[in-house]
Ligand binder design. Structure first.
Ligand code: AMP
Length: 282
């Protein structure tokens, strides 16, 4: 496994791999790697890709007052996990190599970024799409692997890829969960043992939504209410949103569709967690 911090040298490495007949798969991450990240690298390896994991805590996607400074950084453990997962190359750029002081270009996807995470974290998705576009230009992948865990993010990246003619395929991999259902997240390590127990309410709310969707009497709005009520009743949990939305546009649904996505964001103590699940209506 090659570990490389220089964008130019990474480009050379992937071009060499391509000349040797390999396809390139990229897995962008912010490190503090867990089984969720590993599952993306494993998917790329299974697909036969020359697998490039990128590890970069991207300052541009954190708002003022968010957790950039204390975001977990576990470089040694990260490299060990990349190695076990079968990554061929790990790109670990310095901030100064990714953002020149006079950089004047930002990638913005409109519409999809106006709602949910985009509405609550102004500028967040501009930070995401700009860094991901840069990572795509540096690694020139055939496929890019993202987690369903960040549902809105993968939709926005798909739109960017389509609108800007990036010649690559976006692959969305299922959310990896702890045995008790909590979606794996680098931020889970902020939780106290008590908060860790309370955080299970997010997954319970999604399971409730799935059950209600399968029962023909519940509208999207009533499912949203029930998810909110369940989570609000949990002490120490405050709900940012709990919605049932169109899977492609993230717009609210007035009538029962065939399928939808339930999306949740909540604070458990001081830690903000997100989760989602696909709902099948009957
Ligand atoms: P992050 O390091 O949080 O920016 O995440 C990097 C990538 O890993 C993103 O595509 C996430 O959606 C994905 N990811 C994070 N958590 C999970 C999880 N529990 N299951 C699957 N993918 C995940």
């Amino acid at each position: 496994m090659i570990v490389e911090s220089s964008p130019d040298r990474v480009r050379k490495q992937v071009r060499e791999a391509r000349r040797a007949g390999r396809h390139i798969g990229v897995v962008p991450t912010m490190g503090a790697l867990h089984e969720g990240h590993v599952s993306l690298m494993e998917a790329a390896c299974r697909d036969g890709m020359f697998t490039v994991a990128t590890i970069f805590v991207n300052p541009a996607q954190f708002g003022p007052g968010e957790d950039f400074d204390r975001y977990p950084r576990t470089p040694d453990d990260d490299l060990a996990r990349c190695m076990t997962a079968g990554a061929d190359l790990v790109f670990t750029p310095e901030t100064g190599a990714m953002y020149l002081p006079d950089a004047a270009t930002t990638v913005t996807v409109s519409g999809l970024t106006d709602v949910l995470e985009g509405a609550l974290r102004p500028g967040h998705f501009d930070g995401v799409t700009t860094i991901v576009a840069k990572l795509f230009h540096i690694t020139e992948p055939d496929r890019a692997y993202f987690g369903q865990k960040d549902y809105q993010q993968q939709l926005i990246i798909r739109r960017m890829v389509r609108d800007l003619n990036f010649g690559l395929e976006v692959v969305t991999c299922p959310t990896v969960r702890e045995p008790d259902g909590l979606a794996m997240s680098s931020r889970n390590r902020y939780l106290t043992p008590d908060e860790r127990r309370r955080a299970l309410i997010l997954h319970r709310a999604l399971l409730l939504a799935e059950t209600l969707a399968a029962d023909s009497t519940h509208s999207p709005a009533s499912i949203e209410r029930r998810m909110k009520d369940l989570m609000t009743a949990e002490p120490g949990v405050s709900v940012d949103y709990a919605v049932v939305a169109d899977r492609e546009t993230l717009q609210p649904l007035s009538v029962r569709p065939a399928a939808a996505v339930a999306l949740i964001a909540a604070r458990v103590g001081a830690t903000r967690l997100i989760d989602n699940g696909i709902l099948q209506f009957r």
